[in-house]
Design a protein. Structure first.
Length: 136
């Protein structure tokens, strides 16, 4: 892009460089965190993060995307995962699957006595017709 000064001479404009401060998070290099996260994954070493925000920073993502990816994985829907990897919006897909992910998570965390109460409250016929028969 060319601009002209007040005398009519052209001068080239240059794209401004990103601030070097973006390379750092809390005084540490962001690229090193991403490389370490990749190395842990490659070596099969479990990674733990105290929050979605810290996990996002380790991998160069953001908290909303990490939370949406968690929902997608908790929904245990391989077809939706494949579609998100190819074209679908991660945020929209996760929003659609949130109830399913929450239900699966709740069932997995519940005790047999909790499950019995749900069966009594919701009704065995509802559970049978809507959850078991479609899976047969």
């Amino acid at each position: 892009m060319l601009l002209f000064d007040n005398v009519g001479r052209s001068k080239a404009t240059h794209k401004l460089r990103q601030s070097p401060n973006r390379q750092f998070r809390n005084g540490e290099r962001a690229a090193v965190h991403r490389a370490l996260a990749a190395a842990y994954i490659r070596l099969g070493i479990p990674i733990s993060a105290s929050s979605s925000q810290s996990a996002a920073e380790m991998c160069g993502s953001n908290r909303r995307y990490v939370d949406a990816a968690i929902t997608l994985l908790q929904a245990e829907d391989d077809h939706a995962l494949d579609l998100v990897l190819r074209a679908w919006s991660l945020l929209e897909t996760a929003a659609r699957l949130k109830t399913r992910a929450d239900l699966i998570t709740a069932i997995r965390k519940s005790t047999p006595s909790d499950q019995a109460v749900v069966g009594h409250t919701v009704g065995v016929d509802v559970i049978w017709d809507n959850m078991i028969v479609p899976a047969l």
